[in-house]
Ligand binder design. Sequence first.
Ligand SMILES: C[S@@+](CC[C@H](N)C(=O)[O-])C[C@H]1O[C@@H](n2cnc3c(N)ncnc32)[C@H](O)[C@@H]1O
Length: 245
Amino acid sequence: MSLFGMPSIDLLSNQIAAVLDDPATTHGLARALRAVAKEIELHRHHHTSQRAWPNGRINQKPSKVQIGGGSHHIDGFFNIDAVPPADLLWDIREGIPLQDDSVELFFSEHFLEHIDYPRSAKNYIREAQRVLVPGGQIITGVPDAAFALSQYPGPLNACDEMIERWYAKRDCRSDINTRLDLVNLVFRDQDDDPKYTPHLWAYDHEKLAQLFTEAGFTAVAPWTFDSTIANPKRRWGSLYVIATK
Ligand SMILES: C[S@@+](CC[C@H](N)C(=O)[O-])C[C@H]1O[C@@H](n2cnc3c(N)ncnc32)[C@H](O)[C@@H]1O
């Protein structure tokens, strides 16, 4: 609690809002504060759920779980995300709030690159290993960094297709002009739009296989895109693997 009786996180949040409203605030400080404001939002959601489940394990035992699904609903899957809509609001960087040996299938796409590597990415994969039943599986889809790199250097028209497919609707679209801009965006997506969280690490098949093997998974193989589970808009330019515990 602060001196004035207001929880310090609320006080901090109000102060950030006031500084962001001030036209004298520099661009660099505003960027940093918007990132903190976003983390405060995640922190609030996470702690509301944590108060309901103080030992870090929820009562439900879903057998199929989607992580970071956003608005992509999959029938029969329990969706855990840091922000609404979700069946459970939980910051996965704090662990997976499920019982050991309880889940048969995990699914995530375009999620892993948004959490920090190595601490949170490795912790997430270790947690998935703990929570899966023996023989359980985890499907992971990411932007295919090897594919993006294979376009550089290359014919500009092939890159144009990639830019249009991935970034046509983004605020930053008009600033993605060259092949290297595309590579930069895949590796360090930094759109100022507050809806977007940055890309913090890039993945190819070799890196995903290394991560799952290191965490104790017995097999890692390419996963064939199935639009009854995966988001159809992710089909192009994504890489999916399936790992077995
Ligand atoms: C780029 S969106 C992808 C959404 C959906 N999977 C899709 O492919 O359309 C990334 C998702 O990961 C979620 N996410 C990011 N960091 C997270 C975290 N630390 N814990 C839980 N979810 C997180 C975001 O809230 C968002 O819904």
